[in-house]
Design a protein around this ligand. Structure first.
Ligand SMILES: *[C@@H]1O[C@H](CO)[C@@H](O)[C@H](O)[C@H]1NC(C)=O
Ligand SMILES: *[C@@H]1O[C@H](CO)[C@@H](O)[C@H](O)[C@H]1NC(C)=O
Length: 368
């Protein structure tokens, strides 16, 4: 059996959106993107016996708190506060109409004890467990079929709409943030896109990707804004990935103002990533990737600038890079491109010939 998910530490430096608006008008926050409403009721994890000493296991406190919020169904919802401290816990579920508010100085620390990680049924949009056939380990913090949830910490939005993740420090054994929507024929049949996703002021390191979209994006991913993020000591900085058999689309993605240091590859957009749930996926389920803007990226210690590689006979379109400056690569390291159309302005090292150097040119069509 596979080891429990190695999500060792999801720390948070989060601020309640409204408070931050009051203090700092300049900083955009989740208000207006996701309804970070004031909840009429606020409870603390400490009210449920939680202890933030880094040693006490708080799994039951979280589960009791969520159970209470779910069953009391307070009109306007409930905010569950996690005060400063280190809160060791196993996996727990969220419920609708709740805000999980992680205060400044509060760290949610996942237990390494497998007993804290129940096996659950695979999501219908995945068909089977991601690592093994059959059931899968629950995520650290789960939500399934929920409405009206605000989390002030990192999360993988999967078939989710109007999600905002901001002001988080994330350290994980997987992608820091990955936007997904189901796996191959199961995701196509389930047909629920992820859209209206904002990722802002997220920092962290990962052996895989900083900000990822896909590769399981079979229900479609669109209208994504990633801004003001910082990625260090990671595999890929920005990674948009899909594969033949996935179907679906990745469309209207803006990545703006990202800093990187110590990454293997800065930007990768690829059409050949990830395996399949079983042999029933269709070779005709060719995904599209269109209208991806990547701008104002600054990287140092970047071994390989990146690769933009679409699918044969189904090129990725309107891939637009501007003011992307990556340094530290070995001499001769260059962008790798194929089956991609778009434009590049102010890109260092020089972008590949597949990208037009004028955004207005027909091939570039970056003025969308
Ligand atoms: C959490 O939700 C999953 C379904 O998504 C369910 O199987 C599991 O029993 C729930 N766990 C708790 C503690 O409620
Ligand atoms: C693209 O996504 C942004 C959100 O990031 C949204 O505001 C905008 O309306 C979308 N544009 C189109 C053409 O759908």
């Amino acid at each position: 059996m596979a080891a429990p998910p190695l999500l060792l530490l999801v720390g948070a430096l989060a601020l309640l959106a409204q408070e931050q608006v009051a203090r700092c008008d300049a900083a955009a926050t989740c208000v207006g993107v996701a309804p970070a409403k004031r909840r009429p009721e606020v409870v603390s994890i400490a009210d449920f016996g939680g202890v933030g000493d880094g040693r006490t296991l708080n799994t039951w406190a979280f589960r009791k708190a969520v159970y209470r919020i779910q069953h009391r169904r307070r009109r306007g919802g409930t905010e569950l506060r996690v005060p400063a401290g280190t809160w060791l816990t196993g996996s727990f579920n969220l419920t609708s109409h709740m805000t999980l508010f992680i205060a400044r100085g509060a760290v949610l620390k996942a237990t390494r004890d497998a007993a804290g990680w129940p096996l659950v049924e695979p999501l219908p949009s995945y068909g089977r467990g991601r690592e093994l056939p059959g059931p899968r380990y629950a995520s650290f913090i789960n939500g399934n079929g929920l409405r009206d949830v605000v989390i002030t910490d990192g999360v993988d939005p999967d078939s989710s709409t109007n999600v905002c993740i901001e002001d988080s420090y994330i350290s994980t054994g997987d992608d820091l943030v990955a936007i997904k929507s189901g796996w191959d024929e199961y995701g196509i049949a389930y047909g629920r896109p992820s859209s209206g996703i904002t990722i802002r002021r997220v920092r962290g390191s990962s052996p895989f990707s900083g900000i990822a979209i896909g590769s399981e994006a079979s229900g479609g991913v669109r209208d994504v804004l990633v801004e003001d993020c910082s990625i260090f000591n990671s595999g890929y900085g920005i990674h948009i990935k899909t594969n033949v058999g996935r179907g679906g689309y990745i469309r209207n993605v803006t990545v703006d103002n990202v800093r990187m240091s110590g990454v293997r590859s800065g930007v990768r957009i690829a059409g050949d990533v990830g395996d399949h749930p079983d042999g029933r996926f269709s070779q005709l389920a060719v995904p599209t990737v269109d209208a991806v803007r990547i701008r104002n990226v600054w990287g140092v210690g970047v071994q390989q600038p990146g690769s933009l590689e679409g699918i044969r006979n189904s090129p990725f379109t309107r891939i637009c890079l501007s003011n992307v400056k990556l340094f530290g690569w070995r001499s001769g390291a260059a962008w790798r491109c194929r089956d991609v159309r778009g434009g590049a302005l102010g890109v260092h090292p020089s972008p590949c010939a597949e990208l037009a150097t004028s955004f207005a040119s027909a091939a570039g069509s970056c003025s969308y």
